[in-house]
Design a protein around this ligand. Structure first.
Ligand code: DX5
Ligand code: ZN
Length: 231
């Protein structure tokens, strides 16, 4: 199981310290929400910020979630900035195969994300090529939104496909993840939990990470035995 705090919910006036806090929290990954003001109606931060933060969280796997209309111009910069995995959105349509190939050719793990209104069937052709499937549980663009329960069957479907096809992509959930919704997602088959508000907003991030791990594990005991790859 992977717990991935999202830097989007951290205190931007002290990003280095926030990254250090994440690095010492017992979290596995740092989730980086990259918003371009086009694919989503918000702008977050770019490769320069990621590169500046990288030395402050050396032990964390950097999980870059590109909510961007033109990710092709950002792949190399994010790799140079220290991303270990780059996720692009299936909503980009015809561009997707080339993007997945390019990320892999840069020697990085590759993820594919699907927004709440998009059918889970859209990701099916790519399942054998990806390291991570991100089922969005809010409409991307902003932290602090409420979990959309209608997304749970998509997680279940993705979990069934993974089992049936003997694939081993991570099944990540992102948006409105709390201890309660993490447990619901774990029961549906998710193994990788992104949380912004419900982790970074807490003073004791270490305790919050431990609690989320414990709750998800209790919901699906099989998660406890999953190895942590890519690190
Ligand atoms: C949503 C982002 C999420 C966001 C989650 O656009 O992709 O990663 O940071 O934030 P919370 O956990 O606050 O919903
Ligand atoms: Zn995200």
């Amino acid at each position: 199981m992977i717990i991935a705090p999202s830097l989007l919910a951290s205190d931007y006036t002290r990003l280095g310290k926030e990254a250090e806090r994440a690095a010492k929290s017992g979290a596995d990954w740092l989730h980086l929400d990259i918003m371009d003001g086009q694919f989503v109606p918000n702008i977050s931060f770019g490769p320069g910020v990621v590169a500046a933060v990288r030395p402050h969280a050396k032990n964390l796997f950097f999980d870059a979630h590109l909510m961007c209309g033109k990710p092709e111009i950002l792949l190399e910069p994010f790799v140079q900035a220290g991303a270990d995995l780059i996720t692009v959105h299936v909503e980009l349509g015809k561009k997707v195969p080339q993007l997945l190939w390019k990320i892999k050719s840069l020697g990085k793990k590759v993820g594919l994300a699907v927004n709440p209104p998009t059918s889970i069937a859209e990701v099916q052709p790519y399942l054998a090529q990806i390291d991570l499937l991100l089922v969005m549980t809010v409409n991307p663009g902003f932290g602090g939104q409420s979990f959309i329960h209608e997304c749970l069957p998509k997680i279940q479907q993705a979990s069934v496909w993974r089992h049936e096809r003997k694939l081993n992509y991570h099944l990540e959930v992102d948006g409105g993840i709390t201890n309660q919704t993490a447990a619901e997602c774990a029961r549906a088959g998710a193994d990788t939990f992104v949380a912004g508000t419900s982790l970074f907003a807490l003073r004791n991030l270490k305790a919050a990470v431990a609690k989320m791990r414990q709750v998800a594990k209790a919901a699906d005991p099989a998660l406890a035995d999953l190895a942590v790859p890519f690190v």
